[in-house]
Design a protein around this ligand. Structure first.
Ligand SMILES: [Zn+2]
Length: 345
């Protein structure tokens, strides 16, 4: 009877056969090996344990095998997630995404998942601050963002026109930038916040508002793709919120508020009401305006401050200023009620 002897790899041979050292995060003087699948990260226990209480507790409470003379902690993560996290840990610990776009979002998402799972709070806080920066909850910051988008999408007439002729440059630079660095779908960010349990209303409501601006299908997206990342309860929140928001907007639009300046009731108030009736249908109630009420009101309110409007409809600067104050307050209330409209609090 033939005797068969199983060939067993020597430990070193087996090691080489199975594992791949990460090209940059495998330090010769490391004393802890983290493995994800067959990728090895050789790192420093003190650094990792200092920033991740999850790994620290695992190292303290678990009897680990050794590999190449180091403690070996197998992780169930995708290696690219751990690569992202370790790169930040070894590169000063701070992270910043000045713009969250389709090209930067995947890295942000990986980092937020990994920093949440391993409770690396500094990184997680930085990432949430980046999201808040991109979709601000403070109205004046939101206004600045929308103004910048408006300026980019619609170049100033002096840049687009030369002597009354439209500029027919077939490759306008603005469009090229948008293509390479397109805005990320807010639904993906909402889903990320839900997955990482990072969804207080002040982070979420600006994202829901951003989604509500694009309820008309446009561009190359497959129908339904924009909303697909949301779970059913967030789809319902979005629908309910849009209904509430536009309903409040319509109510505000059809009723010119009372300006309390009795000496001018007979003159200025009549002029203000007339102006309201003339410009509200276009600036507040046209479909493209009603879809973005916060921006529509900003534009609408600005008209009352212009001398031309005041002269054209015979109301004084003082009454205009009083009206603008009332309307700014209403607009601010509308913004602050968004979390309630979208049932986020
Ligand atoms: Zn007046």
């Amino acid at each position: 009877m033939a005797a068969y002897q199983l060939y067993t790899l020597a430990p070193d041979e087996e090691d080489v056969k199975v594992f791949t050292n990460h090209p940059t995060l495998y330090f010769d003087d490391g004393n802890l090996i983290l493995s994800c699948g067959n990728t090895l990260f050789r790192v420093h226990r003190s650094i990792i344990a200092k920033h991740s209480p999850v790994i620290r507790q695992t190292l303290d409470n678990t009897q680990l095998h050794t590999l190449r003379g180091c403690q070996h902690l197998p992780l169930g993560d995708n290696p690219v997630d751990i690569e992202a996290l370790l790169s930040v840990l070894y590169d000063g610990l701070r992270v910043n995404f000045p713009m969250i776009t389709t090209s930067t979002f995947p890295l942000l998402s990986r980092l937020l998942h990994a920093s949440t799972r391993y409770k690396v709070e500094t990184i997680r806080a930085d990432l949430l601050a980046c999201i808040q920066n991109e979709w601000p909850s403070l109205l004046h910051l939101h206004d600045m963002k929308m103004q910048a988008i408006w300026t980019n999408e619609f170049p100033k007439p002096s840049a687009a026109l030369h002597g009354g002729q439209a500029d027919h440059d077939p490759n306008p630079p603005v469009l090229a930038v948008q293509h390479q660095d397109a805005p990320v779908n807010p639904a993906l960010v909402i889903r990320l916040l839900r997955e990482t349990k990072a969804g207080p209303d002040h982070l979420l409501f600006p994202l829901f508002y951003a989604m509500s601006l694009e309820t008309v299908q446009s561009g190359p997206l497959v129908r339904g793709a924009r909303i697909a990342p949301l779970d059913n309860s967030d789809v319902e929140r979005l629908i309910a919120g849009i209904e509430e928001l536009r309903s409040r907007h319509s109510l505000m639009a059809v009723q010119c508020p009372q300006v309390l300046n009795p000496p001018h009731d007979a003159t200025c108030l009549a002029g203000i009401r007339k102006c309201w009736c003339v410009i509200a249908p276009d600036l507040l109630l046209a479909p493209e305006m009603a879809r973005r009420p916060i921006e529509a009101w900003r534009n609408f309110i600005a008209h009352f401050s212009t001398p031309a409007c005041q002269a054209g409809f015979s109301f004084c600067y003082t009454c205009a200023t009083m009206l603008v104050e009332v309307l700014e307050h209403s607009r601010s209330t509308l913004w602050n009620d968004l979390a309630t409209f979208f049932e986020l609090c």
